[in-house]
Design a protein around this ligand. Sequence first.
Ligand SMILES: [Cu+2]
Length: 488
Amino acid sequence: MISRRDLLQWVGVGGVGLLAGAARNVSAQPMSHDMSNMAGMEGMAGMSMPSAPAVPSPGPAKAKRHPQGYLPVRTLNGWTLPYKMSGGVKEFHLVAEEIEHEFPPGSRAKCWGYNGTTPGPTIEVVEGDRVRIFVTNRLGEPTSVHWHGIDLPSGFDGVAGLNQSAIGVGETYAYEFTLKQHGTHMYHPHADEMTQLAFGMMGLFIIHPKAGEEVPVDRDYAFLLHNWALHPGTYRPDPSVMQDFDLWSFNSKVFPAIDPLVMRTGERMRIRVGNLSMWNHPIHLHSNPFWVTGSDAGRWPKAQWRREVTEIVGVGQMRDIEFVATEPGDWALHCHMAHHTMGPMGHGIPNPAGVDQSGVEAEIRKMLPGYGAMGRNGMSEHGGHVAMGLKGPENTLPMMAGEGQFGPIEMGGMFTVVKVRDDQRTNDFTDPGWYRYPKDKIARRVSKSPDFGEPVRRNPYGSPAQKPTSAPESMPDMPGMDHSGHGG
Ligand SMILES: [Cu+2]
């Protein structure tokens, strides 16, 4: 299966990678953290962690590479499709089928995908490879596969009716082409697209450059952005929805079920993001600014790399971002459309902000037992309701979810965490738990009084006559405090 040529190629590229890795060997502070007791960290902010005795650095171990020399992509919450060699051709087999999918526990759906999952498995190859891809249709309607962004003969482009007959129910078609480029690509149906995409049929198609990469990366993650109209209480995504979606996902998972991206301080991480949803998504990474380094067009020449902290990944586009982590910690990675980091919610409700609903709540409860009015002082109390075990409709996630070490994270969709650790070992992708903050490097409370300090404020009540006389309801009761000067 592996030729001598492949092995030689591997030695060549691997050697370059190793040297470059050694040159960039970071001054990691070896700290042995026992993460086994991370539960129950609540309220420990600001406490100093006992410093562990120094242990030898795990060192610049070599990242595991494919015999052809490339560093394999990690498909977030996903997997890579195995292939077999047949007369010098890499043979893959995709099966389009209905699947049972879980977004996180508490929300399942009948989705459509490939080989048992949505997204389907990642196809990962090298520029110059010849591939033969069998596609078996186990759906109840015809399908086809379009290899999005890939330079190939028109007859393999996969638009049903235009380039080929649709793959009928139960049939298998073969696509065969040689890869003339490298880059981050996708595959998806081009038959009844509206339905088949809405049900989750998509996958990543990564082509590594044959000549290796001038600037090597140490970790290479990839995911696809998607949206789902899984209405409260239902089990089938609704393909007719165009804008108001219920779930927003990275690789068909929603927070908190999206895996963290882990790395060691000083490493270079690439994150490949593709978008087959119905919206453009400004993907924002906390921590260091990143470079946008590539797309379907491969890794761009260095002169084209851009420094950004948010990159819009438009519908049908791919973007590669890369950064070198200089600060250990837990860093958010999310879509910056505020509703895209939320779970299902009603959009047609009257605006409750600033409205005293106490009388209304009692009246509605008579008709709708368990009803809880909220939103007078913001939506944050929703997180508390969830923590208290307040149940919503069946098979429906709360609008916001996720517990961090300091309390509710109040997110729900396109959100995950990049975990940078000084002692994360090469090839180790396991979740290291929450970051243990040094005492002097974390925001701390200095007062519990809203009258603290003498901040400059520009007439927040419009005019002195409009100054409210009562404090907002949710202001915590603090003995000896005068709330009269503050309110919403
Ligand atoms: Cu978004």
